[in-house]
Design a protein around this ligand. Structure first.
Ligand code: ARG
Length: 588
């Protein structure tokens, strides 16, 4: 059964069609003015009047006459120039409530047109510390994969590690300085390398900044790393063996970190994985005239007539013979086409990389690797400090993801103490609740904004149990969980929902809006639609809970009905939390 808004839309659509007007004009949306009396509205009479060259009120009147007796509608009224205000019948609301309560998807339908969607997100670079930009990509990308999967798409996610650039050359040369006798540096040895890695993740975290700092003030040192990078890419066996170790060591650490964050990837591929495809791809681009020679380099010209700003050509191969970021991205598109065959690929990356993706997408389309529109850059803005500038640590460096997360969890622990929550829990349980609250705080604070909005990182605000925050929503879910346990102890079970009071009606209509929120979140690649929905739902529940006694209701049927509403709310709320990567504890 569709949502009430959609059911009403279908009835009105029939009415418009009977007047020989387009069915779509019957579209019904939630109303902001006076929703207590008329929760829905339809504005179709105005465009209809234009088309039919009639008075809009006259059309509205004809629609009202056609629908007035429909059992779905309790009241319909014409307002102003021809707005239709609608109130669904109590039977329609009750019927829909029963359906939402019984539905494992809590009322949100699956898509009728599932696609195969590839999501490229996370994108950390081997050996470089992850910063807050990677956090945003990870949180947003993970929510998008959950949303699209739940909607019914066939989703494959890929972390797309940055493991092919200068950072690898830096690691190699710095390690060579520290341990020159390692077999990997002996140019005469070409096989039989040890299977144990010569470094730990701590070594990598130390070696990279060491080398990169030296290279900043020493051009010769930079050249040494560049040469090592070129030799690595050209296939020098010892360097390739080291690359493998560096990747393995990094991936093990990343799996741990992303696991703790609750973020999952289907594929752990990296830029280096597509290196074998590059020579043929370049040759093919040359042969077909997709790439052109320019000052010794090979480029793909991607500027188009009518461009507002000049888009530089994509450099496929430098004059020195190296492949770049754009080259690996093109080879990755080819690899995914061969291995996965997506209808759509989403790249969840900082909007600072907009030109890069525009170049890559146009080059891919020019080469026939992907259809126009099948590659999409899902852009996001920056995270700022309370000073309004890009988030930095006190010493001016970029924030490390792990530090950011541990400070959120620590602050959540303090908040719990201040609020007297989880007070009787064991130490272990309290730590687990603080972890869930801390993660919820940073994830929700990020996702509740439309993604291109910049926001200020303010842990005090994020971890508050009041206002539109992750902790508030977790607390809301926990409250319902404890109510359900209490009902169980008192032997009250949920049963048939009967909608009587205004608060009950409002709660059912809030529940009914889930499907539309899901659709909007998927269409706009915008989890904030689900955050908004979850917050509205929690507020509606809170009003219902305050106004309608549940276990204290007068008769058993009302107790059972209200408990069923609470249970349905909990199911949908937990589903929403899951879709934005949050997890509610059993108690706090
Ligand atoms: N590693 C890149 C960075 O840190 C992000 C990768 C994004 N994905 C891609 N296919 N280019 O900036």
């Amino acid at each position: 059964m569709p949502s009430i808004a959609d059911q009403l839309g279908a009835v009105l659509g029939d009415a418009f069609a009977s007047l020989e007007l387009p069915r779509e004009l019957g579209r019904v949306s939630p109303s902001k003015q006076n929703p207590e009396v008329f929760p829905y509205q339809c504005n179709g009479a105005m465009p209809a009047a234009k088309q039919a060259k009639k008075n809009p009120r006259e059309i509205a009147k004809a629609v009202v006459d056609a629908v007035a007796d429909n059992p779905l509608i309790e009241k319909v009224e014409i307002a102003g120039p021809g707005f239709l205000n609608l109130r669904p019948s109590a039977e329609a609301i009750t019927l829909r409530a029963a359906e939402i309560a019984a539905d494992e998807r809590a009322g949100a339908a699956k898509t009728e047109t599932p696609r195969k969607v590839m999501i490229d997100f996370g994108g950390p670079n081997v050996a470089k510390p992850m910063h807050v930009g990677h956090l945003r990509s990870s949180v947003l990308g993970d929510s998008l994969q959950r949303l699209l999967r739940f909607r019914g798409d066939d989703v494959v996610s890929d972390i797309h590690l940055g493991d092919w650039g200068l950072q690898m050359g830096h690691l190699i040369t710095e390690l060579a300085d520290e341990q020159p006798d390692l077999v990997y540096f002996d140019a005469d040895v070409t096989e039989g390398y040890p299977s144990e890695p010569p470094v730990t993740i701590e070594d990598l975290a130390r070696l990279y900044p060491q080398a990169s700092n030296k290279a900043k003030s020493d051009a010769d040192r930079l050249e040494v790393s560049r040469t090592a990078t070129a030799e690595l890419q050209a296939g020098r066996p010892g360097y390739r063996a080291l690359l493998r170790h560096f990747i393995d060591v990094s991936v093990a650490a990343l799996k741990r970190d992303f696991g703790a964050l609750g973020v999952h990837f289907d594929l752990w591929k990296g830029e280096s994985d597509v290196d074998p495809l590059i020579p043929d791809l370049v040759q093919d681009f040359k042969d077909r005239g997709v790439a052109e020679e320019s000052d010794g380099a090979w480029v793909v010209r991607v500027a188009r007539d009518g461009d507002k700003k000049e888009l530089a050509p994509l450099i496929l191969v430098t004059s020195g013979g190296a492949s770049l970021y754009g080259t690996t991205d093109l080879a990755t598109i080819l690899d995914r086409k061969n291995e996965v065959g997506p209808d759509l690929t989403l790249y969840v990356v900082d909007l600072a990389q907009s030109d890069h993706f525009e170049q890559v997408f146009r080059a891919a389309s020019k080469a026939g690797l992907a259809a126009e529109g099948a590659l999409e850059h899902v852009k996001f803005g920056t995270v700022n400090g309370t000073d309004g500038k890009r988030l930095r640590t006190r010493d001016g460096g970029t924030f490390r993801l792990a530090d950011l997360i541990s400070s959120a969890i620590e602050r959540a622990g303090e908040r719990l103490k201040e609020a007297g929550l989880a007070a009787d829990a064991s130490e272990e349980e309290r730590a687990n609740v603080a972890r869930m609250v801390g993660l919820a705080a940073i994830k929700f604070a990020d996702l509740q904004n439309y993604r291109t909005t910049n926001y200020v990182f303010d842990l005090d605000r994020f971890t508050s149990f009041e206002g539109k925050t992750g902790p508030y929503l977790l607390y809301a879910a926990v409250r319902v969980k404890s109510l359900m346990r209490k009902a169980d102890r008192e032997g009250v079970a949920p049963d048939a929902i009967v909608v009587g009071t205004q608060e009950e009606t409002d709660l059912v209509l809030a529940l009914d809006a889930f499907g539309a929120a899901l659709e909007q979140a998927c269409e706009n690649r915008a989890p904030n639609a689900i955050c908004d929905h979850a917050f509205t739902l929690a507020q509606s529940f809170s009003k219902f809970y305050a106004a309608c006694p549940i276990l204290g209701a007068d008769d058993d049927a009302t107790k059972a009905s209200r408990l069923a509403l609470a249970q349905a709310t909990l199911k949908q709320l937990e589903l929403c939390l899951h879709l934005v990567g949050l997890e509610a504890p059993e108690r706090m």
